[in-house]
Design a protein around this ligand. Structure first.
Ligand code: UT7
Length: 324
């Protein structure tokens, strides 16, 4: 079996918050944020608009793009670190909104790497016959866990969601020239660095939600090194030369990380899909949001070789190579 992407969609809350607005809340400036991160603005969910709402809208668009309905889906995987509630899983809430009374739905928590982890797990389930057609969603409302007095973190994140429909197809059923599908996924983690990027609250320890805490410059150094290595490992496992990759769709944490990784891998700047200026860091939603942007504007075309990657709290990191 091969897992093939059949549709993609994304959703952003309407409210746009500019760097100028940020500078009215904390001591910062548009110039500093743009120079150090590349971020110009971010979308922020309205009061009463939750992660499941964003994920649901993205799922609808992905289904529409695939020409399918919820009836065709038998698995929903939602990557999020900002679930509506501690439980039930946001995936089951989206399942209910879609009117889907069959199949299974669960959440994955790997922070900013959640979508890559979700693809790793979904790919394995589809290839092994554990499901036939899956909705993989990355959805976040990080604005709810930010410390809005900490300029070192609050300027970096935004809210949003992205989704893909992935179908298990028998190799024999595919046309000979159709090479599309997920070729390789590779994930890593190392809990030794958990204090560099974490949330200081949770149901068991504090009975609170907590706020995001980050040693930004430490995370930055690990991110560049680990992302470059995981991409090399993923490409090697797939037997693909990095020089043959058409598009690089990275996690959108900081333009300087994107540029540094691309340079290490000798990728041309125009191969790098960057939405960090408009979306900021939307954690598990950032990769599908960026990929949808590049599919919809015509850059990523059917048959193109695409490398996805992400890095986040844990640390967790990973890459996925696919032919679109
Ligand atoms: O998605 C998970 C992965 N996350 C990441 O990959 C994030 C990785 N880290 C980063 O993107 C960068 O480290 C940051 C953007 C967070 C910070 O950039 P930096 O170049 O590493 O700056 P820094 O933390 O070394 O701080 C430099 C200075 C400090 O002032 P002093 O101590 O030199 O006087 C900060 O207090 O910049 C100051 N600063 C700010 N100034 C204006 C920190 N945040 C701000 C701010 N506005 N928002």
């Amino acid at each position: 079996m091969r897992a093939v992407i059949r549709g993609i969609g994304s959703f952003l809350p309407q409210r746009v918050m500019t760097n100028l607005e940020m500078s009215e809340i904390v001591e910062t400036s548009d110039a500093w944020i743009q120079e150090r991160t590349g971020i110009r603005e971010r979308h922020i969910a309205d009061e009463g608009q939750f992660t499941s709402d964003l994920g649901y809208e993205a799922a609808l668009k992905a289904l529409q793009d695939a020409g399918m309905t919820a009836d065709d889906i038998d698995l929903i995987v939602v990557a999020t670190s900002t679930p509506d509630l501690t439980f039930p899983a946001t995936a089951t809430m989206i399942q209910e909104r879609l009117g889907m009374r069959h199949g299974a739905a669960f959440d994955i928590q790997a922070v900013c790497s959640g979508f890559i982890y979700g693809m790793h797990v979904t790919n394995a389930l589809l290839k092994s016959g554990g499901a036939k057609r899956a909705l993989l969603i990355g959805a976040e409302t990080f604005s709810r866990i930010l410390d809005w007095t900490d300029r070192g973190t609050c300027v970096l994140f935004g809210d949003g969601a992205g989704a893909v429909v992935i179908e298990a197809v028998e190799e024999g059923a595919l046309l000979k020239e159709d090479a599309s599908g997920i070729l390789q996924t590779f994930v890593r983690s190392d809990g030794a660095h958990r204090d560099m990027l974490y949330v200081d609250g949770g149901p068991s320890r504090t009975q609170t939600v907590g706020h995001l805490r980050m040693l930004g410059n430490q995370v930055f150094k690990h991110a560049v090194t680990d992302i470059a290595q995981v991409i090399r490992d993923c490409a090697e496992q797939a037997g693909v030369d990095i020089a043959d990759i058409d598009w690089f769709v990275p996690h959108q944490a900081n333009q300087r990380i994107l540029t540094a990784v691309a340079k290490r891998l000798k990728l041309r700047p125009e191969q790098v899909i960057s939405t960090v200026a408009q979306h900021a860091n939307t954690s598990a939603a950032s990769v599908p949001l960026a990929m949808d942007t590049a599919v919809k504007d015509g850059r990523i075309k059917k048959g193109d070789l695409v490398m996805l990657e992400a890095f986040g709290g844990g640390f967790t990191w990973g890459a996925a190579l696919l032919r679109y």
